[in-house]
Write a protein that binds this ligand. Structure first.
Ligand code: GLN
Length: 431
């Protein structure tokens, strides 16, 4: 598609905040040559605007390339534009963007998911071959599921976060969207790797553990309250499909995985409140004059940040405040360790864990935006991967009416290869 064709098509969907001019490819013979890729509006691309979906960064220009952008250019990819997202990646529907909501290409009255909703919608509607998003608690996998595409959150430390506008640094990972597992794998192979600019990146030696086609299902967890009937039915069909492909399905019990959501919603705001302290009206973006310097901060942050971002800063400051620190933040960190141990232990018995990606298909725009708790509950099946650092992929698994659904596979640290093998088999892709 040409730039004009994308702009015309995007009038209905609003996946893009900006479509770029010209090609960025540095080679015509790289692994991604000729492929178009859209990038989430929180990844720095030198000389281009980047706003993280926020008014506070309106008209801010990226002063350097994120490591992933450098790698994409060297691989021959054509970066075609920046995509809409929830403000500072906080949300599950792209409704928290300061620049309007992204619509689901399968039903324009419904959300595309979030926070990387623009990236998912750009791929689902054919405006981009590929896209990058960021995933702190599900923001790649959830919109991928709701838009019917493939989305991968790599192992924590696999992909450099240098040049990603931080949300919660111990959870954030950049990852790809594509129409197939092979496409996602190709982007992953380009962007992964150790980076001196991000000290949390590391190589993960491939263990000798053979892929034994064993999948664990946390049955009680999947049958939690609030999971829709359509999702349960679709999930049962996915299990049958894996069985027909020769997989052994084991029911498993992870007693603590149910605490992933409360753990996430304590640690995430704590880290986010600290990361967002840098937006003081002096160093970046918006500046508002107050009566004195402290008042400048109040004015700038009060006007520049949207409601959800302010809510999380307040929540994060609260759980970190003396007197509450041990009770909330300290406890959540302990529980995080427990959940991680439980999950990693599981991977000595099975190769993969299977769950639905989301508890329901895409909802109507506005339906959940008045109730933050209802929105947070959408993340029930995705946050365990960020808490533990484990890689996870969402695969399209069918439809509820015209609305796509997704299933999610989680693997042990560094075992993206298992996700790709099982994912390709599930989608009948050659490998
Ligand atoms: N929906 C989750 C949240 O609102 C996840 C966000 C993300 O992964 N960036 O925090």
């Amino acid at each position: 598609m040409t730039k004009e064709e994308i702009i015309t098509k995007d009038k209905d969907i609003h996946a893009f905040l900006e479509v770029f001019d010209g090609s960025t490819a540095l080679t015509t013979s790289g692994p991604l040559s000729g492929k178009t890729i859209a990038i989430k509006d929180n990844i720095l691309f030198e000389g281009h605007k980047v706003s993280a979906g926020s008014k506070i960064l309106e008209n801010f220009t990226a002063p350097y390339d994120a490591t992933v952008i450098k790698k994409l250019k060297e691989a021959g990819a054509v970066i075609i534009g920046r995509t809409n997202c929830d403000e500072f990646a906080m949300g599950s529907s792209t409704e928290n963007s300061a620049y309007g909501v992204t619509k689901n290409p399968h039903d324009l009255e419904r959300v595309a998911g979030g926070s990387s909703g623009g990236s998912a919608a750009a791929v689902a509607s054919g405006m981009a071959d590929l896209a990058l998003g960021s995933d702190t608690g599900g923001s790649i996998r959830q919109p991928a599921a709701l838009c019917g595409v493939v989305g991968l959150k790599p192992t924590y430390g696999r992909v450099s976060r240098y040049g990603l506008i931080a949300m919660a640094s111990s959870f954030d990972q950049i990852g790809p969207f594509g129409k197939s597992v092979s496409d996602v794998e190709a982007v992953y192979n380009v962007i992964k790797g150790e980076d001196p600019m991000d000290s949390t990146t590391q190589e993960f030696p491939i263990s000798n553990f053979q892929f034994s086609k064993k999948i664990g299902i946390p049955k009680n967890f999947v049958e939690s309250e609030g999971v829709s009937e359509e999702v349960k039915k679709n999930f049962a069909e996915a299990i049958e499909k894996f069985k027909s492909l020769g997989y052994e399905i084991k029911e498993i019990d992870l007693p603590n995985i149910q605490y992933s959501l409360p753990v996430y919603y304590i640690i995430m705001p704590a880290e986010a409140s600290s990361n967002l302290a840098r937006f003081d009206g002096v160093k970046y973006g918006l500046h508002k004059d107050g009566e004195n310097i402290i008042d400048d901060y109040f004015q700038t942050r009060g006007e520049g940040f949207g409601l959800e971002v302010r809510r999380r800063i307040i929540l994060g400051t609260y759980v970190l405040s003396s007197g509450y620190y041990d009770e909330y933040y300290g406890k959540a960190v302990e529980a995080r360790r427990l959940i991680t141990r439980e999950l990693r232990n599981l991977f000595t018995e099975v190769d993969l864990m299977l769950t639905p990606t989301t508890p329901s298909p895409a909802w109507k725009i506005g339906e959940k935006s008045k109730n933050p708790l209802e929105m947070y509950l959408e993340d029930i099946f995705t946050v365990h991967a960020n808490i533990s650092g484990c890689p996870a992929i969402s695969l399209p698994s069918g439809f509820a009416g015209k609305l796509p659904l997704g299933i999610e596979l989680t693997a042990d640290l560094g075992r993206e290869d298992n996700l790709f093998t099982a994912g390709k088999e599930f989608l009948n892709e050659p490998y």
